[in-house]
Structures are given as structure tokens and as C-alpha cells.
Write a protein that binds this ligand. Structure first.
Ligand code: ADP
Ligand code: MG
Length: 866
């Protein structure tokens, strides 16, 4: 495309300022009309001046003020990314979430009209980057990987680190590295201005604590300027529940509240915050049952598992949905915006003004004058247009939330905290907040990683509340009491770097030659202990030498966009033609358990609740009085569940030795039978997961071909089943990746079972305790594991490796693989030997001995396995 003459001056009629447009963007009229409404738009001059005068700028502003969509456009218009300008490098924007990277790139392309083709996105499996790209939206992981190859980021003239307040692990690492890259580029550009240009860094965040970045001399010696974008936030009235619902009741409470809002209150979208896909799916279905929809075919479709991209077959009885008709009290009907004296306490928050009665009165007046039709006046209830929003939802389903709801209906979006700051849904007036969040939690003592549902922070609850005040005065219904909010909510969420295993980023840093990780300018430094643990694991895996420097193997491992242990598995996978299987296994481990869990007992609504035995489940439900229709539905689910377990048994094989090999069989079978959505139904696997596994396999295959000399592996997703020998090799490769996650049966490891597990026996479950190297607390094979099921006949194996531990009432080992104790001495050698200086040869499988060998004969130290 032709560029306008440089220096051409336009007068912007909407503002009093004069801007130099380098790039003649012609935007669609309706887009331009929307843009000029955005608070960020009014600040263009100030923002651009700050950026041109400072290497680092922090931009904070209310969610929805236009930061993500507008700032890249300002830069583009100012000539950034234009090869013939003084800032030829492209504009990079990082996002913590894939969803946001893709949908924001779409939106900005749309807004840029004739320059739309200059916008691209790049996420792990998917890129639209081409040689016309000047604005690149990407996930943080993508940029971190680019940094490993080009520490100077020579391709870029500016990096926008968006959503920095989320404090994801990658954001923190990225900011640490970028603070150094900015300094380096600055130095080089003063020394050699012909060859180097400075790199600009813009840190964007919602209106949350930015001091960790700004007042942090480790990160930036000179504190960067902070621009606060003021936005027109309307007052939001906060209604706390008087009583906090009992644990597990928040979904039914949310359903009740939405039903009530829809019946009673004037027009305006409803946004509900829940914790995860299962809850969201359940709630959407309940709301659709209660309220008519505008003949939305995708919802009405009877096809199980695919309606609106959601998985169905939720166990209805898991949740007490409460009695939605209990709200027909006449007094309430006539007091639409009054406090529900019985159950709510009200507070008005936000807005430009104070929070006194006057603003409430004004608000009421405003609402009255709008003369909005309320559902109360007519017997007929308007349709409710219910949409789910969570990260596993296909992209095109996610984009639906931006479209206006069908005429005459009310929008109701049921979302995870993706709608908290990354995605702004238009037209929201009511927020219903369960106040909870599902977060990855990690116990560095036991190495237990799990998803835990808990209260969110005050800061994030306030963000959620703010979503109601975007278009006009709004209401936020908090399904918990103000006492809980004040006493039990932390002020801010804890940065991820304090919560997550960090061996991946430690390896990345070491591969960038940052040997002394403790000196790294973390916005919040990780715990010493976590750093030590990571370095130790990396040493065991052979990625670091005894002095903590990266080895050749470590450098090679850093190339793969997977956890270090998986990278190790890939690198040793090249024997006995196992590589295609190892790639598939690593892809599956990275994507996560592909099986649909909803057929499964108890695990659906409540990851975190012990699985009941099938018999137990039947007994529980039979004890209830069920109607015939309920019985029929139950019967159908039971049949479905039987099919599920039959399929699991079939996939696990006659002599199950590994849940991960079961995953492999599912992948193989899926690819052989065409890889369609229907095939997924047949195997009870998630279509989206299978697609991601396929994409990751392709990507890993390419990388293996590039970096592992001699690797001869085909791109064909179809592969024959592994032979017996290959299966044995694969289990040993899995062991090599998880050598620190071995568990030995309690009786062999000398564990004294205090009460013989009486409780377990009473429940008809047979469970053997297993010991790990991490603590004296036993772990148990999860009852869903094929190993557990097979053990009914062949007994519990002596040694296993688990790829995941989950803590509920006890520690459950999941995704289990049976290993032979004699393998441990060789493959787990770094854990078994001590004394002699270690070398880290890659394990090689030895036919004669039916095991992998290392070159150093093991000697057992105090921490030995056997
Ligand atoms: P911020 O980054 O400050 O939170 P954004 O730039 O994401 O703000 O959003 C600015 C506005 O653009 C919001 O009102 C949002 O609703 C709108 N918007 C973003 N994406 C889309 C889309 N795909 N379709 C329609 N509107 C959108
Ligand atoms: Mg944003």
C-alpha cells in the first residue's frame, strides 16, 4: 500500500490537538464513531508524547477504555512498523491469554480498515504473520521464545506488554528480560545510531497496583512515567448478599439471582462470573430451561456434547438449584432498585461522584426517565440470550458475545474471569459475581499441582463490579456478604511467580545465559526455595551442570515449547522408532487429559471431591425420590457412563500399564478413524483437545526434525499401534521425564499404614498407599486410573510414576504409569547415586537387558529408591 507523504498534518476535529499522521488509515465510519468515544482516544497526544520521550511508559486505565485496541493503532499511525520510518521495527503486543491475542488482533484489523492486513496474531499453534505484518498480537510465551533466539528483538521497534496487572509468570519474566533489552538497545543506538534503534516498552494494565513495576529499582532504575487514563465510569450499586451461600451453592445462587434480575429489572445485559467450564455449562442450561430463547438453533439442538460448543450431560443432581419461584413477593416487585431488605445490603461504588443518597436518587430518576419496559409489567417474560464464555470455547463462539443480542431479548453472558479485564462485553448493566476464581495452585513442598477454587481478591471483585458501569449506571450483585469480602478476600491476587513451578522459565533464562537467576530483575522475586527446586530438577534432567550452567542438552531442551521434563522425553525419544509416539505423548501431556470427564462420577461439578464408586453413586441417587422423567434421564446417563467405562477399558488394553499409553491409544484411534467430532464422541475425548494435540504434534515434529540430527519422523498424524517392546521403551521414557515423581508401594517402601485404611475398605474401595520422595504423606492411585481398575484383578504395582497429583481428602496420583523397579536404578540414576561427579548421558534402551542404560553404574545414597 502507498503511504502518505511523511509529515502530512491533519487537524483532528474531534480533539483540539494537531497530530502528524504518517499513515493514511481509512476506517469504517461506525468504527470511527466508536473509537472517539473511548477514553484512551482523547489521550492520544499525551500517550504518544510520553512514548516518544521515554523508553518505558506505564499506561493504566479502566478495562474497556480502549488501551488494547487503540494504542497499537496510534503507534501504527505514527509510523511505527513502517520500514522507511525512523521506527522500522514492527509493533508487538503480548497477551497472557490466547483468546485475547486472537480476538484483539481480529478487532484491530477490523478497525484499521484499509490497513487491516497489517495486523496478525501468533499463538502457539496458529499464526497469521506474513511479510506485510506491522502489528503483531501474540501470547507472552511466543515472545519469550523469540527472545531466546534474538535477545535484542531486532524485529521490533516497540513492545506493548498488555494485562500486566494479571502478573502471570510469563508477564513477570518478560518484563524482567525486556527491562534489560530496552537498556541494551538504548546503549547500542547511542553508540551506533546507523545500525541500532531504541526499543520502546509500554506496560499496560487495568487500574490496579502498578508499584511493583514502577517503584522497583531492580527493574527500572529510573521509574517510568505512569499515564492514568480517566474513564467515564458510571456509578455501580453493589448489593452484597446478607448471607454467604454454603460451599458449592454459589451456582444455584447465581441462577436465582439472574432469574430475578431478568424477571424484574429493566433492560441491560447481565454478566455472571463463575469459576469454570462445568459450572458455566450447567448454569447456561438451567437458564435456558427456565427462560425462552430466541429460537437459537445451536442451543435447541439435541445433539449431545456439541450444543453451542458446550459439553452437555451435566449431572443435574450435583447441584441444588434452589427454588426460583420463591421470588414472587409483591413488595419486591415494586421496588426494582431498592435494597432487597431480606437478603442484600447495598453500597454504591464508582462513578465520578460521591456515593451518597443523592447519586442513588439521580440514578433512579435516570432509570425512570429512560422509561424502560420492565418484565414486571407484562406476564410474558422476554427471551434470555444466554452465552457462555471461557477459554476452552472455540474462538467463533467466543466472538458471539460482542454481537448485539437478538431483538427483544436480553443478553446474559456466563463467564470465567476472562471477562474481568481482557475482554469487554458491550451493554452490560448487571454483574452477578460469585466472588470465586479457579486458579492453578502449587504446593512446593509436596510438588502438588492442582486447580483450586477459592475467593478471588478484592481488587478483582472490584474489576468485575466495574463491568456493570460501562454504558450507564449499573448494579453488581455479590453472592457473598460484605463481612466475607472484608475479612476473607485478600487485597490483591498473588503473582503467579509465587504460586507456580518455575523450572521452565529458569531453563529459558539459563539458555539466554542468565546464569545467576537470583540476580534476575523479577518484578516480584520467587521464593528461594522454589528457585532451588527448579535448579535441582533441571540438574536431574541433565539440563544444568553441577555449577548450575546450562548444558548442551539444556540448550536443546529450551528449544521446545513444552515443560523441561517433556523436552527431555522428546530428546531421548529417538530409539526403536518411538519418536512419533513420544511426540504424541508429550503433546497430550502438554495439552492435558483429553477425556471428557462429565460421564464420570462426581468429578464433573467438583474437581476436588472424591470420586464415589459406581455402586455408591447408584445408592445415593436411589435414596432420593426421583420422578419418572428424572429416572429416565438418569438411566440414560448411566448407560452413557457404562459406554464410557467400556471405552476406557478398551483403550487401556488387556494389560493396562499406563494411563498415558491409554491417551496414546485414544489419539491413535482418533486419527485412524478420521479425526472428526463424531469420532471424539465415540471415544469420549474432547474435540478441541484432540485438535490441539494434533497441532502440537505437528509443531514438535518440525522442531525435532530441525534440531535433532538424524531424526526421521513423518508429519502423518496416523501411526501404527506401538509394539510390546515400544510400549516398554515408552514407559521408560515417561519415567525419564518424571523421575522425581516415582511412587513406591507402601509395603515395599516401609510405610506403616496406621489404621489399615479402614475408611477406604468400608467404602468398598481398595487403596494401597504409595510413598514418594517428597514427603511422608502417602499418595493413592486415583480410582479413575486404568491401573487402579486393573489392580482389582492383578494387584497393585510395586512402583509407578504419576504425571499429576491432586489433593482432595487425600493425595491422588493421576495419569499413572507402571514402572519396573530395576529401571529406577538406571533411568532415575541422578536421584539414586551420589559421590562421583555426575555426567548426564542420555539413557539408551538396551535390548539385551530390556531396559535403558546409563554409563555410570548407580550407587545408592540415603535418598535411594530401593
Ligand atoms: P481495554 O484494553 O482498555 O480494556 P479494549 O481496547 O479492549 O479496552 O476495548 C475497547 C472497546 O472495544 C470496548 O468497548 C470493547 O467492547 C470494544 N471491543 C473490543 N473487541 C471488540 C469486538 N471484537 N467487537 C466489538 N467491540 C469490541
Ligand atoms: Mg485490554
Amino acid at each position: 500500500p502507498l503511504l502518505a507523504k511523511r509529515g502530512q498534518i491533519n487537524i483532528d476535529n474531534n480533539q483540539d490537538n494537531i497530530k502528524a499522521y504518517y499513515v493514511p488509515v481509512e476506517r469504517p465510519e461506525h468504527i470511527q464513531a466508536q473509537r472517539i468515544q473511548l477514553p484512551v482516544y482523547a489521550e492520544e497526544q499525551q500517550i504518544m508524547e510520553a512514548i516518544s520521550e521515554n523508553p518505558v511508559v506505564v499506561l493504566s486505565g479502566e478495562t474497556g477504555s480502549g488501551k488494547t485496541t487503540q494504542v497499537p493503532q496510534f503507534l501504527l499511525e505514527a509510523g511505527y512498523g513502517d520500514a522507511s520510518s525512523t521506527n522500522p521495527g514492527i509493533i508487538g503486543i503480548t497477551q497472557p491469554r490466547r483468546v485475547a491475542a486472537i480476538s484483539m488482533a481480529h478487532r484491530v484489523a477490523e478497525e484499521l480498515g484499509n490497513f487491516g492486513h497489517t495486523v496478525a496474531h501468533q499463538v502457539r499453534f496458529d499464526t497469521t504473520v506474513s511479510n506485510t505484518t506491522r502489528v503483531k498480537f501474540m501470547t507472552e510465551g511466543v515472545l519469550l521464545r523469540e527472545l531466546a533466539n534474538d535477545l535484542l528483538l531486532t524485529k521490533y521497534s516497540v513492545i506493548i506488554a498488555d494485562e500486566a496487572h494479571e502478573r502471570s509468570l510469563n508477564t513477570d519474566i518478560l518484563l524482567g528480560v525486556l527491562s534489560r533489552v530496552v537498556r541494551l538497545r538504548m546503549k547500542l543506538s547511542t553508540e551506533n545510531p546507523e545500525k541500532h534503534r531504541p526499543l520502546r516498552l509500554i506496560i499496560m494494565s487495568a487500574t490496579l497496583r502498578v508499584d511493583d513495576f514502577v517503584k522497583n529499582p531492580r527493574l527500572f532504575k529510573v521509574p517510568p512515567p505512569v499515564i492514568n487514563v480517566q474513564s467515564r465510569q458510571h456509578p455501580v450499586r453493589v448489593h452484597f448478599n446478607r448471607r454467604t451461600p454454603a460451599p458449592g451453592q454459589h451456582v444455584s445462587e447465581a441462577i436465582r439471582k439472574v432469574a430475578k434480575i431478568h424477571r424484574r429489572l429493566p433492560d441491560g445485559g447481565i454478566l455472571v462470573f463463575l469459576t469454570g467450564q462445568a459450572e458455566i455449562t450447567y448454569m447456561c442450561r438451567q437458564l435456558q430451561k427456565q427462560f425462552p430463547t430466541v429460537s437459537d438453533a445451536s442451543f435447541a439442538s439435541g445433539k449431545p456434547g456439541t450444543a453451542n460448543g458446550m459439553q452437555t450431560h451435566v449431572e443435574d443432581e450435583d447441584i441444588d438449584i434452589g427454588d426460583c419461584d420463591a421470588f414472587t413477593d409483591d413488595n419486591e416487585l415494586h421496588d426494582d432498585f431498592g435494597s432487597d431488605s431480606e437478603e442484600e445490603e447495598d453500597i454504591v461504588v464508582g462513578g465520578s461522584d460521591d456515593t451518597d443518597d443523592k447519586s442513588i436518587a439521580e440514578e433512579r430518576q435516570l432509570l425512570l426517565s429512560e422509561n424502560l419496559k420492565t418484565a414486571v409489567d407484562s406476564d410474558e417474560i422476554r427471551p434470555l440470550h444466554v452465552l457462555p464464555l471461557y477459554s476452552m470455547l472455540p474462538a467463533e463462539q467466543q466472538l458471539k458475545v460482542f454481537a448485539p443480542p437478538p431483538p427483544g431479548s436480553r443478553l446474559c453472558v456466563v463467564a470465567t474471569n476472562v471477562a474481568e479485564t481482557s475482554i469487554t462485553i458491550p451493554g452490560i448493566r448487571y454483574v452477578v459475581d460469585a466472588g470465586m476464581v479457579k486458579e492453578k495452585a502449587y504446593d512446593s513442598q509436596t510438588q502438588v499441582q492442582s486447580f483450586e477454587v477459592g475467593w478471588t481478591s478484592q481488587a478483582s471483585a472490584n474489576q468485575r463490579m466495574g463491568r456493570a458501569g460501562r454504558t450507564g449506571p449499573g448494579h453488581c450483585y455479590r453472592l457473598f456478604s460484605s463481612a466475607v469480602f472484608n475479612d476473607q478476600f485478600t487485597l490483591f491476587s498473588e503473582p503467579e511467580v509465587l504460586r507456580m513451578p518455575i523450572e521452565g522459565v529458569v531453563l529459558q533464562m539459563k539458555a539466554m545465559n542468565m546464569d545467576n537467576v537470583t540476580n534476575f530483575p523479577f518484578p516480584t522475586p520467587p521464593r528461594r526455595e522454589a528457585l532451588q527446586k527448579s535448579e535441582r530438577l533441571l540438574t536431574w534432567l541433565g539440563a544444568l551442570d553441577a555449577k548450575g550452567r546450562v548444558t548442551d542438552l539444556g540448550r536443546l531442551m529450551a528449544v521446545f515449547p513444552v515443560a523441561p521434563r517433556f523436552a527431555k522425553m522428546l530428546i531421548i525419544g529417538q530409539q526403536h522408532d518411538c519418536l512419533p509416539y513420544v511426540i504424541a505423548i508429550v503433546a497430550a501431556l502438554s495439552v492435558g487429559d483429553p477425556f471428557i470427564k462429565e460421564f464420570n462420577i462426581g468429578s464433573d461439578m467438583s474437581e476436588g471431591v472424591d470420586s464415589l464408586s459406581f455402586e455408591e453413586e447408584v445408592a445415593v441417587s436411589e435414596a432420593r425420590n426421583l420422578t419418572n422423567a428424572e429416572m429416565a434421564a438418569k438411566e440414560q446417563r448411566r448407560a452413557q457412563r457404562h459406554k464410557y467405562w467400556d471405552m476406557q477399558a478398551k483403550l487401556a488394553g488387556a494389560d493396562p500399564t499406563s494411563d498415558i499409553l491409554k491417551w496414546l491409544t485414544a489419539i491413535g484411534a482418533f486419527e485412524y478413524s478420521g479425526g472428526s467430532d463424531d469420532v471424539c464422541q465415540q471415544y469420549f475425548v474432547r474435540f478441541k483437545a484432540m485438535n490441539e494435540i494434533r497441532k502440537l504434534r505437528r509443531q514438535l515434529t518440525t522442531l525435532v526434525q530441525m534440531y535433532c540430527p538424524g531424526a526421521n519422523v513423518s508429519m502423518d498424524p496416523q501411526m501404527p499401534p506401538p509394539t510390546q517392546l515400544q510400549q516398554s521403551v515408552l514407559r521408560q521414557i515417561i519415567l525419564a521425564g518424571f523421575m522425581d515423581q516415582v511412587a513406591i508401594r507402601g509395603d515395599i517402601a516401609g510405610y506403616h499404614n496406621p489404621d489399615g485404611d479402614a475408611a477406604t475398605k468400608r467404602r468398598g474401595l481398595h487403596a494401597e498407599p504409595y510413598m514418594t520422595m517428597w514427603s511422608d504423606e502417602p499418595v493413592y492411585i486415583h480410582p479413575e486410573s486404568s491401573i487402579y481398575i486393573a489392580a482389582r484383578n492383578i494387584g497393585m504395582p510395586q512402583a509407578i510414576v504419576y504425571s499429576e497429583l491432586q489433593r482432595t481428602s487425600r493425595l491422588w496420583a493421576k495419569a499413572v504409569t507402571v514402572v519396573t523397579p530395576k529401571w529406577l536404578a538406571t533411568i532415575g540414576q541422578p536421584l539414586c547415586t551420589f559421590g562421583n561427579p555426575l555426567t548426564y548421558p542420555l539413557p539408551k534402551y538396551n535390548d539385551a537387558r530390556d531396559e535403558m542404560t546409563c554409563y555410570v553404574e548407580p550407587r545408592f545414597g540415603p535418598r535411594s529408591w530401593l
